[in-house]
Design a protein around this ligand. Sequence first.
Ligand SMILES: [Zn+2]
Length: 377
Amino acid sequence: MINKERLLNEFLNLISFDAESYHEREIADYLKNELNNLGFSVDEDDANVKNAIYHNFDPKLSSGNIYAFKKGNVKGEPILLSAHLDTVSPGKNKKAIIENNLVKSDGSSVLGSDDATGIASILEALRVIKEKNLKHHDIEIIFFTSEEPYCKGSKVFDYKKIKSKVGYVFDLSGKVGNIAISAPSIISFKAEIFGKASHAGFNPEDGISAILLLSKLINNVKSGRVANDTTLNFGVISGGSLNNIVPDYSYVTGEIRSSIHNKAIHELKIIENELMRLTKEYNALYDFKYDIEIEAYRVDIDELVIKRYKKVMDNLNIKDYELINTFGGSDGNNLNKYGIKSVVVANAMNNCHSKDEYFYLDDFYKSALIALHLIID
Ligand SMILES: [Zn+2]
């Protein structure tokens, strides 16, 4: 039932928008119009205004989250499908190269299949039900804005307006058919050290080197894969001002991921305790801040959202798929947090967030077919 040519053309159209995070205005306007044409009531929230505190861009370049609803005509639960509007950088001037079954980036930017194959799969499903006049469930669509910088759009969405108890987030790389049923907490942190400046040649003994303390902190706190379900990364360091000054300031930022939220919190405590101990020992001061970007979830395999998915896969006679645990976050984390049991569905994208991003057309057709059957079966 999928119109393969229309699906691919829509993908190419979607990646023609330079929709890097916080620059989703044009793609959002296009999609609002399309959803309207497909018979949906469409609403945009003010996530772009709320999120302006995170960046220096004009919120007018960005968009809110796009929410759309269409009443169904079969008995059964309302179904939510979602994808996200933005891409990582470099995501401008994207060019796709198509070689038989393969679609890849020309190597100068990301391809944008994260998440344009997700959006296109959903649109194609909606076009098919309209064109063929198919009976369907109540359908809710959310195209979330600014997902890549730790799900900033879905973080501020008003979930009270959602009717669905089950959600399918089209935003997973790897084999199409697979779904992610759990994802980790991600917490970002910033540790600052305030030492004391002095002349590096005349009186270094009067100074307290904030860089030295920072290096001890990084050395003393275990990083990398700190447990089988937990990682800690020191990502950015900075400090000091001149070669002849004992540095009085330094900082490190990083992130912690864990499939168990309390374990992520525990790692934060380890960093802060060591920071406290070191700065006390060396007579320095510190500041420690963190942001819980997303919270871990795990959907039980008895939940309706998974049972329905399995039923759809049976109907489509697709047998080779897996329920996986991902270590990446998505809007699914926020949907689950606010009570909409959601899984993340693979939608034809590989090597995401790199200039080597690619997908196979067969996978893409399958992703659109799954989107369609999720709302008609
Ligand atoms: Zn994505």
